[in-house]
Design a protein around this ligand. Structure first.
Ligand SMILES: Cc1cc2nc3c(=O)[nH]c(=O)nc-3n(C[C@H](O)[C@H](O)[C@H](O)COP(=O)(O)O)c2cc1C
Length: 181
């Protein structure tokens, strides 16, 4: 399967630092292999826990699922909000739980073929700030049987400041091409 990457943006502002760091990570990849979805702009329904039943995803949520199914790599792109994922990204993870229980989606099977990467931006240069967020995402991915592709973290607050984090921008250049099981 071709290495197609789906970037799931989750910032509450467009063109922000997390998106800029993700663009730097995407730069070495062929444009036709890239798919971008802004979860903040998508109309994602609230998650309802219907276990042991489950709702089949519809509308934008179904589109996100199909984009995930078509991708080999899934990149969660997130600003750090209160040491955690922004609400749209967390909401999507909650929906993954529903898909996992909805056998007709096949998610529990095809998800195992996917590698999930994490890219974050934050204001506080303390390197431990994204630890909780990364640990939560990584553990969830591994619980689902998906592959963990690693995390890339950058520092910046005002839009564009991430460009001053030279180490993160340099690491971005090889982050996705060097992190594929
Ligand atoms: C609601 C909210 C919560 C935030 N919480 C944190 C935080 O816990 N730690 C931190 O370092 N920065 C925090 N920030 C700052 C953002 O992570 C920072 O501005 C980042 O560059 C935003 O990325 P973006 O431009 O992709 O939206 C917060 C910002 C907002 C709006």
């Amino acid at each position: 399967m071709e290495r197609r990457f789906l970037f799931l943006l989750s910032s509450a502002r467009s063109g922000g630092n997390s998106a800029l760091l993700a663009q730097a990570a995407a730069a070495p990849l062929p444009a036709h292999a890239l798919h971008w979805i802004d979860l903040s702009a998508a109309q994602l329904p609230p998650y309802r826990d219907l276990r042991p039943a489950a709702a089949r995803p519809e509308g934008d949520l179904a589109a996100v699922m199909e984009a995930m199914r078509a991708a080999r790599g899934i990149v969660i792109v997130a600003p750090v909000y209160w040491y955690a994922l922004p609400a749209p990204a967390k909401l999507l993870l909650d929906h993954w739980s529903g898909w996992f229980d909805a056998s007709e989606t096949g998610f529990a099977d095809w998800a195992r073929e996917k590698t999930v990467h994490l890219i974050t931006a934050r204001a506080d240069p303390d390197p431990t700030v994204p630890d909780t967020l990364e640990a939560m995402v990584k553990r969830s991915i591994l619980w689902l049987g998906m592959n963990w592709g690693g995390a890339l973290h950058g520092v910046g607050d005002a839009v564009g400041e991430i460009a001053e984090d030279k180490a993160a921008m340099a690491a971005a250049g090889s982050f996705l091409i060097g992190n594929n099981p």
